[in-house]
Design a binder for this molecule. Structure first.
Ligand code: SF4
Length: 390
C-alpha cells in the first residue's frame, strides 16, 4: 500500500498572503469565513494516527477529498474528487474499512459502490454538504408532483449531480435519469436530451445552467429555476411547459462566494492573470473566466502551465493552497480576497481521524455510513447510467 508522504501542516506565510489573507482586511469583516485557515491540531496526534493506521494495515483504506486539510491528506492512501474516490474504494475489495475523509454524500456513494463486506466510515458525522442538503427527498417528490400536474413529467429526465444525497440519486434512478460529475455534465445532458425533451437538474443550479448555456448552446431563457420553498416551485405551468432546463435552486456555499467583482478585481491587481474557475460558480463568473473545469481539470491545467504564468483560481481554498505550494514557479492566487474553505469538509480534522483509526484498530466500528437496500439499488441504477454514458 502506498501512503502519501507527510506534509508540513503549517501553511506558509507566502501562500497565505498570495491566497488573500490580509490582502484587504476590510473585506474580511462580517463574512462567514474566519479569514484564516483552521489551526492545525496537536502534532502528537500525527504519531498516533500513523501507529493506528499501521496496526490496521491493508484492512483500512483512507480516502482524502481534494478539499481536505493537509493534516488529514497526509494519511490518505488516495486523493481525488468524490466519484474517483468511491471508485477507488470499490477497486479495493480487500479493504474492510473505507475511511472517507470527505462529506456525508460522498461516504454514501462509496457505500453504494463497494461490496456489502466493506464498511464505509465518516470520521465526523457532522461533515455534511450544504448543497446536498438543499434538495431533500420530500421536496423532490413534491416537485415531481408539480411537474406531473403541469403535464410535463413524462417529458422530463432527471440529471443529478454527484453532490446529492443517496435519496436523490435513488429518485433519479427510479425516474429514468442519470448522475453526473462536473467533468461529464455535458455528456449527461446530451444523453438526457436524447431520452426526453426537458431536464430536471438537481441540486446545483450553477452547474446545470453553466453546462446548458456554455457547453450546449441553450439560452438563459431556456432555463427556469425551481424554488422548493415556494408553491409550485415559484413557476407557472406555462413556464414549466416552455422550459428545457428546470434547475433546482441549490448551490455550493464555497463556489457561490465568487463574484464578477472578484474576477474584475483580480484582473486589475494582477495584469495578465488567467482566471480559472469551477463550474459550480455563478454563471456571470464562469462567463467572465478564461478557463472553466472540474477540480481534476484545475489541477491538470496548473500542472501543465508554464513557469512564470499567473493564475487566479475559483475553487476551494485547501486545494488552491496545496497546488500553489506545489508550483512555486507560478503565481497562483485564490480568486476571492477573503480566505474561505469548505467548513463542513474541514470538520474532518486530525483528532477525528485519530479517533476513527484507533477505534477501528481496537475492533470498534464507529460512524458507519449505510444506505438501505432499496435506495442503494435505484441509486446504483442512476450511477450505472452515468458509467455507461458515451
Ligand atoms: S465545497 Fe461545496 S459542494 Fe463541496 S462539500 Fe463543500 S459545500 Fe458541498
Amino acid at each position: 500500500m502506498t501512503t502519501a508522504q507527510p506534509l508540513d501542516v503549517q501553511p506558509t506565510p507566502l501562500a497565505l498572503l498570495l491566497l488573500g489573507r490580509e490582502a484587504d482586511p476590510k473585506s474580511e469583516r462580517g463574512v462567514e469565513c474566519p479569514g484564516d485557515l483552521p489551526s492545525p491540531s496537536d502534532p502528537d496526534l500525527v504519531e498516533r494516527a500513523r501507529a493506528a493506521k499501521e496496526k490496521l494495515g491493508d484492512k483500512v483504506f483512507v480516502l482524502g477529498h481534494h478539499y481536505q486539510r493537509d493534516e488529514v491528506i497526509q494519511f490518505a492512501d488516495v486523493t481525488g474528487d468524490s466519484f474517483k474516490l468511491a471508485r477507488d474504494a470499490a477497486a479495493k475489495p480487500e479493504a474492510e474499512y473505507i475511511v472517507f475523509c470527505g462529506v456525508h454524500f460522498m461516504a454514501e456513494s462509496a457505500d453504494i459502490l463497494t461490496t456489502d463486506d466493506q464498511k464505509v466510515v465518516l470520521p465526523d458525522l457532522a461533515a455534511g454538504c450544504s448543497m446536498a442538503d438543499m434538495a431533500t427527498a420530500e421536496q423532490v417528490a413534491e416537485c415531481w408532483d408539480v411537474l406531473t400536474e403541469a403535464g410535463v413529467a413524462e417529458q422530463v429526465v432527471p440529471v443529478s449531480y454527484m453532490n446529492s444525497s443517496a435519496d436523490i440519486k435513488a429518485f433519479t434512478g427510479k425516474h429514468g435519469g442519470t448522475i453526473c460529475t462536473s467533468s461529464n455534465a455535458k455528456r449527461a445532458l446530451d444523453w438526457a436530451f436524447e431520452q426526453g425533451e426537458k431536464v430536471l437538474f438537481l441540486p446545483d443550479q450553477h452547474l446545470g445552467r453553466n453546462t446548458a448555456v456554455r457547453d450546449m448552446g441553450l439560452s438563459l431563457d431556456d432555463c427556469v429555476l425551481y424554488n422548493p420553498h415556494k408553491p409550485n416551485g415559484g413557476l407557472t405551468v406555462e413556464e414549466l411547459r416552455n422550459a428545457k432546463m428546470i434547475l433546482w435552486r441549490g448551490h455550493c456555499s464555497v463556489h457561490g462566494r465568487f463574484s464578477l467583482d472578484s474576477v474584475n478585481d483580480v484582473r486589475e491587481r494582477i495584469p495578465g492573470v488567467n482566471v480559472l474557475v469551477h463550474p459550480e460558480c455563478k454563471h456571470e463568473v464562469v462567463a467572465a473566466a478564461d478557463y472553466v473545469g472540474s477540480t481534476e481539470y484545475i489541477i491538470n491545467t496548473l500542472d501543465a502551465a508554464p513557469a512564470g504564468s499567473k493564475w487566479a483560481i475559483g475553487t476551494e481554498l485547501n486545494l488552491v493552497r496545496r497546488v500553489a505550494n506545489a508550483h512555486p514557479d507560478k503565481e497562483i492566487v485564490f480568486l476571492d480576497k477573503t480566505v474561505c474553505f469548505c467548513s463542513t469538509m474541514n470538520r474532518i480534522d486530525l483528532p477525528h481521524l485519530v479517533w476513527t483509526l484507533e477505534s477501528l484498530a481496537e475492533g470498534n466500528l464507529v460512524n458507519q455510513i449505510r444506505v438501505d437496500e432499496e435506495t442503494e439499488s435505484f441509486a446504483k441504477l442512476a450511477l450505472e447510467r452515468m458509467l455507461a454514458l458515451p
